[in-house]
Design a protein around this ligand. Structure first.
Ligand code: ZN
Length: 326
């Protein structure tokens, strides 16, 4: 083989290698992007049964965030990406969301930083039965002795450690330690501790027992309606049409939106801070309060537009899937 063509071959080989590295980088970057958050439903694969399950995850779920009082007796004790709320009362505290199995020390630290005792948590609630909100429940129950109260439809899932979830039941990486439910809740049930009463609203679809919590808080002589949204989101891969594992899913989402639209809301909170712009509102807090302005978590318009936008997104996804099923 002449030296000339050997050189050309080597150059071609080097180019090919470069191309290979380039493609590899693209694939890796794509994978990382997919992990950072739930992509909007419109980017979900056309044929979810063929695609590998999209495993929801995000690095900010494990990142600490300053615990702080939000309004009245509601405190933020979650991570940057996973909301967890401590509602304090003279008779002990209510904790909403245990987050990941690995989140428990962080939640405990946040509660203690605020000057409260972790062991004073008497009642544990969740937004819905997914590993990023209930993975730490078994540990929190064990450490605090709190009573675990979960909506019917989700209660069975948390007691199976995620194995009976309609979407992720066969994804072992999304299973978590099973926890016994002490009280099964139904739509409209009240959870009361000390001077605080929460109402459990069934807003199903995202999970069968997805729960939106409402309560009233007082601050500076005024009373406010607080809504903690369970999740109105259609995850990638969710089948809204002809879903044998959850046939009534689309009707359930519709019911959920009806409930969300009917709730009076001054203070808008949710299972993830990004539903309501937690980080931005937290950052605004000192300036606003110094200027004598309103607490930034008071955001009735933000609630209305969030619910409207999410409903629109659900409806277009449903339309797309209905058309594809014809
Ligand atoms: Zn979820």
């Amino acid at each position: 083989m002449p030296v000339y063509s050997l050189r050309r071959m080597l150059i071609r080989l080097a180019r090919l290698r470069l191309l290979f590295v380039f493609v590899l980088v693209l694939v890796l970057a794509g994978g990382l992007l997919a992990q950072t958050n739930f992509p909007p439903a419109s980017t979900a694969p056309k044929n979810p049964t063929k695609a590998s399950p999209v495993l929801p995850n995000s690095p900010d779920w494990r990142e600490p965030f300053p615990p702080h009082r939000m309004i009245g007796n509601i405190y933020y004790v979650g991570s940057r990406g996973l909301a967890s709320y401590l509602i304090t009362t003279p008779a002990g505290h209510i904790l909403i969301n245990a987050n990941l199995k690995s989140s428990v020390p962080l939640i405990r630290e946040s509660i203690e930083k605020l000057g409260f005792r972790f062991t004073d948590v008497k009642i544990l609630l969740i937004s819905h039965a997914h590993f990023d909100h209930d993975g730490g429940s078994a540990a929190i129950k064990k450490l605090t002795g709190a009573k675990y109260m979960v909506m019917d439809g989700d209660a069975q899932v948390v007691e199976s450690g995620g194995k009976s979830d309609f979407q992720y039941g066969n994804a072992p990486s999304l299973w978590y330690p099973a926890a016994k439910v002490d009280r099964v809740l139904h739509d409209g049930d009240k959870v009361t501790l000390g001077d605080t009463a929460l109402v459990a609203h069934l807003t199903p679809g995202h999970t069968r027992g997805c729960t939106t919590w409402s309560l009233k808080v007082s601050e500076a002589g005024k009373t406010y309606d607080v809504v903690i949204v369970g999740s109105p989101n259609v995850n990638p891969g969710y089948k809204l049409v002809n879903n044998p594992r959850y046939p009534e899913i689309a009707r359930d989402y519709e019911r959920g939106f009806r409930v969300l639209k009917s709730l009076p809301c001054d203070v808008f909170l949710g299972a993830h801070g990004n539903y309501y712009g937690m980080e931005a509102k937290y950052a605004q807090m000192p300036e606003r309060l110094k200027a004598g302005g309103a607490n930034p978590y008071i955001d009735p318009e933000g609630y209305k537009s969030y619910v409207a936008e999410r409903e629109q997104t659900f409806r277009s996804e449903l339309q797309k899937q209905t058309a594809a099923a014809k």
